[in-house]
Design a protein around this ligand. Structure first.
Ligand code: ZN
Length: 196
């Protein structure tokens, strides 16, 4: 079951496929039709040229926004964060169940990364998992978290990191409720809650 998590993570990566436009093969049976198609596709190419220049500009803007990373040295993080938050987020620690601030929090609002303030989870997707850790069935935006295979302690799990600063947040499992069937099992120490 845990392996499935890994598969899901890799499936998501494959979504970022870059699609090219389709090249029409000339049809051998109907030479006249294939000639028309060729002429049409040539004129389409001619019309497409200026548009593709504009698209190139848009891609550059998107790339700039998604590389909004927060990179700090380990000693910088250690100075900035409380010992507990540092241990969980930068040293990949896990707080003890039922000890964190948010496992039993039922207020409406947003959970942000404790290190960089990246919005991660909405209270709308929070559910009572009974584990003693705050649990969500989906992040607020898929690209705001990064999932990687974690083989520590002899287990195959999927670790969840903040996409902006690489803070360790927790793990994701495939035994969550509908609609996703996922359980993002987070550490309270990795999150900062703001009431709506
Ligand atoms: Zn972060």
């Amino acid at each position: 079951m845990k392996n499935l998590n890994v598969c899901k993570a890799s499936n998501r990566v494959s979504k970022n496929t870059v699609y090219g436009y389709i090249n029409y093969e000339p049809m051998k049976k109907y030479p006249s039709i294939s000639a028309i198609i060729l002429i049409m596709s040539c004129s389409a190419c001619a019309q497409r040229s200026p548009e593709s220049g504009n698209n190139g500009g848009k891609h550059e803007q998107t790339a700039a926004a998604s590389t909004d990373k927060v990179v700090k040295s380990d000693s910088e993080w250690q100075k900035e964060l409380s010992p507990e938050v540092y241990q969980v987020t930068r040293q990949h620690g896990t707080e003890r169940a039922f000890t964190g601030k948010y496992w039993d929090n039922h207020e409406k609002g947003m959970y942000y990364c404790a290190c960089c303030g990246n919005p991660l989870f909405s209270s709308d997707t929070k559910f009572d998992s009974g584990t003693g850790w705050p649990s969500f069935y989906a992040p607020v935006k898929e690209s705001n978290v990064t999932e990687i295979k974690d083989t520590a302690y002899g287990m195959i799990r999927t670790e969840v990191l903040c996409s902006r600063c690489s803070a360790h947040l927790g793990h994701v499992f495939d035994d969550g409720p509908k609609p996703t069937g996922l359980r993002f099992c987070m550490n309270s120490a990795s999150l900062k809650f703001e009431k709506k």
